[in-house]
Design a protein around this ligand. Structure first.
Ligand code: FES
Length: 264
């Protein structure tokens, strides 16, 4: 059953599985078949519209953690929610998605460097497995405010050629170290708070590597996820700069060059 929302049709999903993973519960949702799922990518979003009857006035934004489209068993979508958030099996919920532009993978099997922080690491296990499927060895640089704040780090360790854990403040410095140690890295991906992501983009651009970043941080208070409120805008640092970028509408994933001059 669907109706129309501001970002596309509102679909009804059902929780089919929930398992604990550190600071998160990984929740599987059965969703109605739709063309967008087969082409969904890490870095895309779901929006759960507000439900005033449940005391939820504002929409909620979630990263897609994985999508599986199976002609026999149907479409399964994975998301991560805070541990103990009460997403019990059988719960029905309304959602809009997949929304936005996600991370693409290279055409050729070149080594890749993936950088992420905290809750923004939710799409990175899926991104890493897509890169591996393309034949790209993956180096990871990760940070989190708490040790269990990284999403599925054990699974990431199994897939990655190397994993460096650091602090949010040191993400860019460690990124540069890995680029110097791994000169064959041909592409950099980054997801996290705006400041560190901008610094990682600067380092990658300075090192002459193509860089794709998620310009949206779901740990910030965002109001819509569908381009209506302007809350996520990246504004240029000075007058006469480029127009503001609205990541939830024009991204979230954009070339790193687009975030270099933003003031926030
Ligand atoms: S979150 Fe509202 S415009 Fe992006």
């Amino acid at each position: 059953m669907t109706d129309r929302g501001s970002g596309g049709p509102v679909r009804t999903a059902v929780v089919t599985l929930a398992r604990a993973a550190g600071a998160y519960d990984v929740v599987s949702l059965a969703v109605p078949a739709a063309p967008g799922w087969a082409s969904a990518r890490p870095g895309q979003l779901l929006v759960l519209p507000g439900s005033p009857a449940r005391g939820e006035v504002l929409p909620r934004l979630l990263w897609l953690a994985d999508v599986t489209v199976d002609p026999v068993h149907g479409t399964a979508v994975e998301v991560a929610v805070p541990a103990g958030a009460g997403w019990e099996v059988g719960r029905r919920l309304r959602l809009v998605g997949p929304l936005g532009r996600g991370f693409g993978v290279p055409t050729d099997p070149v080594p890749a460097l993936v950088v992420g922080h905290g809750g923004s690491t939710v799409p990175l296990r899926w991104l890493t497995s897509r890169l591996r499927a393309r034949g790209c060895p993956v180096h990871l640089v990760l940070s989190a405010p708490e040790p269990d704040g990284l999403f599925e780090v054990a699974a990431l360790r199994r897939q990655a050629a190397s994993v460096r854990l650091t602090t949010e403040q040191d993400l860019a410095r460690v990124t540069l170290e890995v680029l110097e140690q791994e000169p064959r890295v041909g592409v950099v991906y980054a997801a996290g708070p705006r400041g560190p992501v901008r610094q990682v983009a600067q380092v990658a651009v300075g090192a002459g590597r193509p860089v794709r970043v998620s310009a949206l941080d779901l740990d910030e208070p965002l109001l819509c996820g569908t381009g209506l409120c302007g809350q996520c805008d990246l504004r240029p640092a000075g007058p006469g700069g480029p127009r503001p970028l609205r990541p939830c509408l024009e991204g979230p994933v954009v070339p790193g060059e687009q975030v270099l001059d933003a003031a926030r």
